[in-house]
Write a protein that binds this ligand. Structure first.
Ligand code: NAD
Length: 406
C-alpha cells in the first residue's frame, strides 16, 4: 500500500536537493503543525447511534490561514489527509494566494446516508473542530464527495457556535446564494485547462490533440467542457465503474445524459467499454488523471503512451512512476500547479466575503486565467533554470516562497 504522505515528503526532498534549500526549514515543512482525529456521534434515521471518525490536518500557516478541502470517503485516513494538507501549502504558494495548507475528511460513504444523516454528520464535524477553524485561522472547502450544500451547513453550524460576524468566510465552495463565488464550480477544471493550453503550446501539441480523462466528477467535467469547446478531442473518460473510449471524440452532454439515466458511463452508445487501467494506457496525446491518487505507479508507468500528463487529481503519480516518466521524457504537469485553480477561486470567494464584494463570472475566470498562466510561467522558468521536471520546479518555487516568510 502506497503511503501518500511518504510520497509527498520524497517529492519535497528531491526538490530541496536540486536547489540546495535550507535543511532546517525543509525539516520543518516535512511535519504538519497539527493534526486531529475526532469521533462524531450521529443518531441515524433508524434511531441507532453511529460513530464516525473525522480528521483535520493543519500543515503550515506561514503564508496565511490553513486552507484546504474536506473529503468524505470510506478509505480516508490520517496519512492521506496529512499528505493532502502538505500539498495545499505548496499549491497555495505556487499559485500565489496568501493561504497555508490544511485538509480534512470523514470516513464515510456518503451515498449510504440520507440527507438528514449527512447534515447531522457535517454539522457534527464542525462541532468537534470549530475551535481550530476561523476565517483567519483555517478555511475548509469541498473535496471528493463534499458539496456546496455541505459547506453551507458547516458555515451555518460554525455561526451558531461562534457568532462570528465573518462566519460566511470560514468555508469556501458555498452555493451562489449563500456567499459562494461565481466561477468556483468551474475553477479547477477550467484552471487545469488554462495550464494545459500553455503546456500544449510549449510541447507543440496539435490543436486537435486527443485527450483521455480519468474521472467524471466536478474537476473532470469542467475540464472536458472547455477542452471540447476549444477544439480538442476528448476520446476517453471513466468513473469508478469503468470507462468508455471513441478515438473520434466524445460528446459531453450525451455522456452526462447517459450517466444520469444509467448511473454509469459504461455502455455509452458509439463507444467501447474499457477499464480504468486501460484508459490510462491509451495511445493519446494527453492523459488527465482527475479522480483519485496513486493511479500511475511503477507497475503501469512503462506502458503509458501519452505525450503529456496533466495531474488534475491530487497525487495521482507515485515516485516510481515519476522517475519512469522522466526517463521516457513525458512531461508531467504536477497537481500543485495544474489543479490550483480551485483554491485560487476559493481565495477570491474568501476575499469577496471578507470585503462584502461580489464579482461577476467573467471577472473571476479572467483573473484566474491570468493568475494560473503566470504560475505556469514561473514554474517553467525555475524548471529551465535547474534543468529539472515541472514537479521539482513547482516545489522549488513554492518552497522558496514559503521559506522567505519563515
Ligand atoms: P468528485 O467527487 O466530483 O469526482 C470524483 C470522480 O472520480 C467521480 O467521477 C468518480 O466516479 C471518480 N472515481 C472515484 N473512484 C474512482 C476509481 N476508483 N477509479 C476511477 N474513477 C473513480 O471529485 P472532484 O472534486 O472532481 O475531485 C477529483 C480529484 O481532483 C480529487 O483528487 C481531488 O482531490 C482533486 N481536486 C479537486 C478540486 C476541486 O475543486 N473539486 C481541487 C483540487 C483538486
Amino acid at each position: 500500500m502506497i503511503n501518500p504522505f511518504e510520497t509527498a515528503i520524497k517529492q519535497l526532498e528531491e526538490a530541496s536537493q536540486i536547489a540546495n534549500l535550507d535543511k532546517n526549514k525543509i525539516e520543518r515543512l516535512k511535519n504538519p503543525d497539527r493534526y486531529v482525529e475526532v469521533s462524531i456521534p450521529v443518531v441515524m434515521d433508524s434511531g441507532k447511534l453511529q460513530i464516525f471518525i473525522g480528521f483535520r490536518s493543519q500543515h503550515n500557516n506561514i503564508r496565511g490561514p490553513y486552507k484546504g478541502g474536506i473529503r468524505y470517503h470510506q478509505d480516508v485516513n490520517l496519512d492521506e489527509v496529512k499528505a493532502l494538507s502538505f500539498w495545499m501549502t505548496f499549491k497555495n504558494a505556487v499559485i500565489g494566494v496568501p493561504f497555508g495548507g490544511g485538509k480534512g475528511g470523514i470516513i464515510v460513504n456518503p451515498k449510504e446516508l440520507s440527507t438528514t444523516e449527512l447534515e447531522k454528520l457535517s454539522r457534527g464535524w464542525v462541532q468537534k473542530m470549530y475551535r481550530i477553524l476561523g476565517p483567519e485561522v483555517d478555511v475548509p472547502a469541498p473535496d471528493v464527495n463534499t458539496t456546496g450544500q455541505i459547506m453551507d451547513w458547516m458555515a451555518d453550524e460554525y455561526k451558531n457556535l461562534t457568532n462570528d460576524p465573518k462566519s460566511q468566510a470560514v468555508f469556501t465552495g458555498k452555493p451562489l446564494g449563500c456567499g459562494g463565488s461565481e466561477g468556483r464550480e468551474e475553477a479547477t477544471g477550467f484552471g487545469g485547462f488554462y495550464v494545459f493550453e500553455e503546456a500544449a503550446k510549449k510541447f507543440n501539441l496539435s490543436a486537435r490533440a486527443t485527450i483521455a480523462v480519468q474521472g467524471f466528477g466536478n474537476v473532470a467535467t469542467f475540464f472536458i467542457k472547455i477542452a471540447i469547446e476549444k477544439g480538442y478531442k476528448v476520446v476517453a473518460v471513466s468513473d469508478s465503474k469503468g470507462g468508455v473510449v471513441n478515438m473520434a471524440g466524445l460528446d459531453l452532454s450525451r455522456l452526462q445524459e447517459h450517466k444520469k439515466q444509467t448511473g454509469a458511463l459504461k455502455d455509452f452508445p458509439d463507444a467501447k467499454n474499457i477499464t480504468n487501467e486501460e484508459l490510462l494506457e491509451l495511445d493519446v496525446d494527453a492523459l488527465v488523471p482527475a479522480a483519485l491518487e496513486n493511479v500511475l505507479t511503477g507497475d503501469n508507468a512503462g506502458r503509458i503512451k501519452a505525450r503529456l500528463i496533466l495531474e488534475l487529481a491530487n497525487g495521482p503519480t507515485t515516485k516510481e512512476a515519476d522517475k519512469i516518466f522522466q526517463e521516457k521524457n513525458i512531461p508531467v504537469i504536477p497537481d500543485i500547479l495544474a489543479n490550483s485553480g480551485g483554491v485560487c477561486v476559493s481565495f477570491y470567494e474568501w476575499y469577496q466575503n471578507m470585503k462584502h464584494e461580489t464579482w461577476s463570472k467573467e471577472q473571476v475566470l479572467g483573473k484566474l486565467e491570468k493568475q494560473i498562466k503566470k504560475a505556469f510561467a514561473d514554474v517553467s522558468s525555475i524548471r529551465e533554470k535547474y534543468k529539472t521536471t515541472f514537479r521539482n520546479g513547482a516545489y522549488i518555487l513554492a518552497a522558496q516562497r514559503i521559506m522567505e516568510k519563515m
